[in-house]
Design a binder for this molecule. Structure first.
Ligand code: AMP
Length: 218
């Protein structure tokens, strides 16, 4: 099953992807996580990506597309994958189609995790994340026993630099401008499955899992 999780920053894509990994064992490819790791490791990619990320802007398409193509060529993607945070622009979506075609495969579904914009600012500024394993927490009611220490792995729980009020507004504007057109793009291609993301995590996951089960091959 080759699936994209589409949705605004804060819609819950990462949380749903983590549950999909547990349930379906598909590899989770998050371009945001790849960039954050590169920043933490201080690689040339990280140095380039950081200035865009800190401002809430998109990393240039040619950089992002190259990274995803490399990742999709890894053997663990042969049976399927979950793309989270990619594509975010029409050129990225076109490049993904071309890459999958040349690999002899195609997308099975694009799941839109739909959350009204009003709810997103609140969610994003309340979000905390484990620096080590990426687990997502929320100060409004889902924090580890010790607020700074991840329950799962003992890693440091922190607030992403781009989850501050100032950057969040730009990220949502960037989403509206660059990524929203992909909703129509995939609807026209008969791939779009919208789920109501403004519910609790498990209710959203029921719908997400139903899409995956419905689209599994063989
Ligand atoms: P995310 O964790 O998906 O919210 O991504 C964090 C940041 O990484 C974004 O605000 C962008 O600066 C960058 N980024 C992640 N995915 C992409 C993408 N597909 N295209 C361009 N930039 C991206």
């Amino acid at each position: 099953m080759n699936v994209i999780l589409l949705g605004a920053p804060g819609a819950g894509k990462g949380t749903q992807a983590a549950k999909m990994v547990q349930t379906f064992g598909l590899p989770h490819i998050s371009t945001g996580d790849i960039f954050r790791k590169a920043v933490a490791d201080g690689t040339p990619l990280g140095l380039e990506a950081k200035r865009y990320m800190d401002a809430g802007d998109l990393v240039p398409d040619e950089v992002t597309i190259g990274i995803v193509k490399e990742r999709l060529a890894q053997p663990d993607c042969a049976e399927g994958f979950i793309l989270d945070g990619f594509p975010r622009t029409v050129p990225q979506a076109d490049a993904l189609n071309a890459a999958l075609t040349s690999m002899g495969t195609a997308l099975d579904a694009v799941i839109l995790v739909d959350v009204p914009r009003e709810a997103l600012v609140e969610r994003l500024t309340a979000r905390r994340q484990c620096r080590a394993c990426g687990k997502i927490y929320n100060v409004m009611g889902d924090m580890p026993a010790d607020a700074a220490v991840c329950d799962e792995c003992g890693g440091e729980v922190y607030q992403r630099a781009d989850d501050t009020v100032e950057t969040v507004t730009n990220r949502l504007d960037v989403y509206d401008r660059n990524t929203m057109p992909l909703v129509e793009y995939y609807r026209e291609r008969g791939l779009l499955k919208a789920v109501d993301g403004a519910r609790d995590v498990d209710a959203v996951f029921e719908d997400v899992a139903a899409v995956v089960r419905g689209g599994q091959r063989g």
